[in-house]
Design a protein around this ligand. Structure first.
Ligand code: NAD
Ligand code: UFG
Length: 350
């Protein structure tokens, strides 16, 4: 019996594949490489020392997906595949709705056809919209502020309806806070296309001289230093949360949402300070106006995942920064092997 991992070549998927393989699961990976590279899967094999089946299939390609189910005995699906850039979702909303929602509808329909009803879904803390207070617990009101967030919210509702119609389904909705960090080997990590939208890859690209300076979005939030506060979680802790959720969906039925976060918030400027210390690199930054749609403070109440899944995040902010840095420093151009075209100018502190 195998676990199908959709989007397994991506940032969180590749880290989860390693933990699944190390825990002894047989896995099948599916990806269309729309936001990832085959090299990440080579490195998953290298780190884990194990092989696995791979299908280059788009979830929108129903017959391709059916082949995967027809040719393998699948026990459960961990569903990472989706588009995730908030800004891009505002420019091309139909593409986001089609890829994320239609892709999930096709996946669930094919799962149903093959009698596979155990699903772990990548949701996001974005489903809390603008939270009234922190820490955020799973029973907070849900809303979305952009098409990407709406796809997550809609998929959560679709999966709840699926269970209402057929209570033999078992679904974990994992609401991730802010994943950063990388595998401690420095062989896999986050490899964004173009200019990074997220804080940590931007910082690491400034650190290696690919970008001149960080823009800090806002210094007038009601926070410790005026910059935005988030719950950063090490991607390996996040990956391990999927293994706990998998055990749960395999052993019981129902639909349940879980926050995967540490419960601690750090401001942008605090992250810059920790990163500079860990990497011994200066991060030049400029404070600019708030980014539209950003909330001041977001951090999780992770107690439900602790009590019901037996999961807690173990890795601290220094380890997160160290592992992000190691990945970037060893892979200046991400998974691209050629580094000759980028100018490398690491600004080590004296
Ligand atoms: P990622 O882009 O690195 O990985 C997603 C993978 O899915 C990519 O490899 C991409 O090629 C693949 N994919 C996309 N659409 C596909 C399709 N139609 N068919 C087949 N493959 C497809 O992103 P990630 O950071 O690893 O995120 C994984 C999941 O977690 C996503 O659903 C994302 O929305 C969610 N999430 C991410 C974050 C974050 O900050 N990284 C936060 C909350 C939730
Ligand atoms: N930030 C900067 N400069 C940058 C990038 C980010 O100051 O160049 C700030 C943001 O304003 C925010 C913090 O750094 O205060 C974190 O921003 P990210 O873009 O890294 O993360 P977000 O919290 O905005 O969003 C992330 C994911 C979403 C997900 C959300 C909720 O990108 O997909 O977390 O979990 F929905």
């Amino acid at each position: 019996m195998a676990i199908l991992v959709t989007g397994g070549a991506g940032y969180i998927g590749s880290h989860t594949c390693i933990e699944l393989l190390l825990a002894g699961y047989e896995i099948i990976v599916l990806d269309n490489f729309s936001n990832s590279k085959p090299e990440s899967l080579n490195r998953v094999k290298e780190i884990s020392g194990k092989d696995f089946g791979f299908y280059e299939v788009d979830l929108l390609n129903r017959s391709g997906l059916e082949d995967v189910f027809a040719n393998n005995t699948i026990e459960a699906v961990i569903h990472f595949a989706g588009l995730k850039a908030v800004g891009e979702s505002l420019s091309i909303p139909l593409h986001y709705y089609h890829n994320n929602i239609t892709g999930t509808l096709i996946l669930c329909d094919v799962m149903k056809k093959y009698g596979v009803k155990n699903l772990v879904f990548s949701s996001s803390a974005t489903v809390y919209g603008i939270p009234e207070r922190v820490p955020i617990s799973e029973d907070f009101p849900l809303s979305a502020t952009n098409p990407y967030g709406r796809t997550k919210l809609m998929i959560e509702e679709i999966l709840r309806d699926l269970y209402i119609a057929d209570d033999s389904w078992s679904v974990a909705l994992l609401r991730y806070f802010n994943p950063i960090g990388a595998h401690e080997s420095g062989r896999i990590g986050e490899d964004p296309n173009g200019i990074p939208n997220n804080l940590m890859p931007f910082i690491t690209q400034v650190a290696v001289g690919k970008r001149r300076e960080l823009q800090v979005f806002g210094c007038d939030y009601p926070t410790v230093d005026g910059s935005g506060v988030r719950d950063y979680i090490h991607v390996v802790d996040l990956a391990l949360g999927h293994l706990k959720a998998l055990e749960r969906v395999i052993s019981s039925n129902g639909v349940d949402a879980f926050n995967l976060g540490t419960g601690t918030g750090y401001s942008v400027l605090e992250i810059v300070t920790v990163f500079e210390k860990i990497a011994n690199v200066r991060i030049p930054y400029k404070i600019v106006k708030q980014r539209p749609g950003d909330v001041a403070v977001s951090y999780a109440d992770p107690s439900k995942a602790k009590n019901e899944l037996g999961w807690t995040a173990k890795r601290g902010i220094e380890e997160m920064c160290r592992d992000s840095w190691r990945w970037q420093e060893k892979n200046l151009n991400g998974y691209e092997t050629s580094i000759s075209r980028i100018e490398i100018n690491i600004n080590y502190k004296e």
